[in-house]
Design a binder for this molecule. Sequence first.
Ligand SMILES: [Zn+2]
Ligand SMILES: [Zn+2]
Length: 389
Amino acid sequence: MPVQNRFAEFADELTEWRRDIHRHPEIRFEENRTAAFVAERLQAFGCDEVVTGFAKTGVVAVIKGRETGSGRTLGFRADMDALPITEATGLDYASENAGKMHACGHDGHTTMLLGAAKYLAETRNFDGTIVLIFQPAEEGGGGARLMLEEGLVDTFGIDEFYGMHNWPGIEAGQFAVLEGPLMSAAGGFSITVKGKGGHGAMPHMSVDTSLAASNIVLALQSIVARNVNPLRSAVISICGMRSDTDTYNVIPDTVELKGTLRFFDKDVGKLMLERMEAVVSNTAAAYGAVATIDHLDGGVGPTVNDVQAAGHAAVAARAVTGQEPVVIDPVMPAEDFSEMLEAKPGCYVFIGNGPSADLHNPHYNFNDEILPVGASWFATMAETRMSLK
Ligand SMILES: [Zn+2]
Ligand SMILES: [Zn+2]
């Protein structure tokens, strides 16, 4: 795997950091140890500024280039949080925090950006300013939104945002760089179906919420199949179904459904929400039941890469690997880096994790071989996007 020689030199150190963070996973807004680990190193590298406690447990650092005449400031972002999953890898550096695990590779993302920080603070071969953003609470915690609300863009004068996620199934150390939509929007919802419980043997005396809820599950798929333009992408998945009875002869009074919406275009999202209201309430009414929808807070928009920024990201990827970025389709998982890309143009790229278990799987592990490659990409982004004259 071709990497800058300087990064090959500290590959062992990067692996050590990554495994240390992996061993001590912390979930949303609890990243105290991880933030301290990051801040301690950023200070040791000699960053010009290290701010802790930004968006609760976030860390932001500034490195000025040898020149700053370009006036340009790039924000490089890594996420630090783990997931509430029990690790099943059996690794000797597996999670020591019961029920918590770095199953999305944010331990690797944090390490790659730390590696880039070490190199950039030492070499400073760029004309402008780099802001290193170690974000808390990416996994459904609204960490990116909180950082923006606390003034991330204006405080540090960020012009463009860049970030990276590892991706199982792409060859280890290869980059995928897409122009336009990369990851979908996501919104969670719950539907409460109310009827009239009763004896399972006397359905005519009840309003059967099981039957109404089952038909709602089916009818919701007609939105994707019949309302959304077939040339656009959309997903509605019902992932949870729970009734207030747990026996074989009682018709439930209430059934709750939980699910997720995914889409790339905001107008598709708006259409899906409108149709959901009509489909859910009218289907329930057809069975004599009443249904209401609650949309969860913390939904995120689609991750859309700026065309020019994607061009800069691809230049850096080619410089690091000596190869063209791989071609992939956009994916339906969502990412709250989307919020940063709504605030300023930028690009989110994927780096191949090789044939590993999938993200969010208890057997998943970040591939240490790609640490120097990802760190190289951040460093090369600084040096090529803001090259010294
Ligand atoms: Zn994740
Ligand atoms: Zn992730």
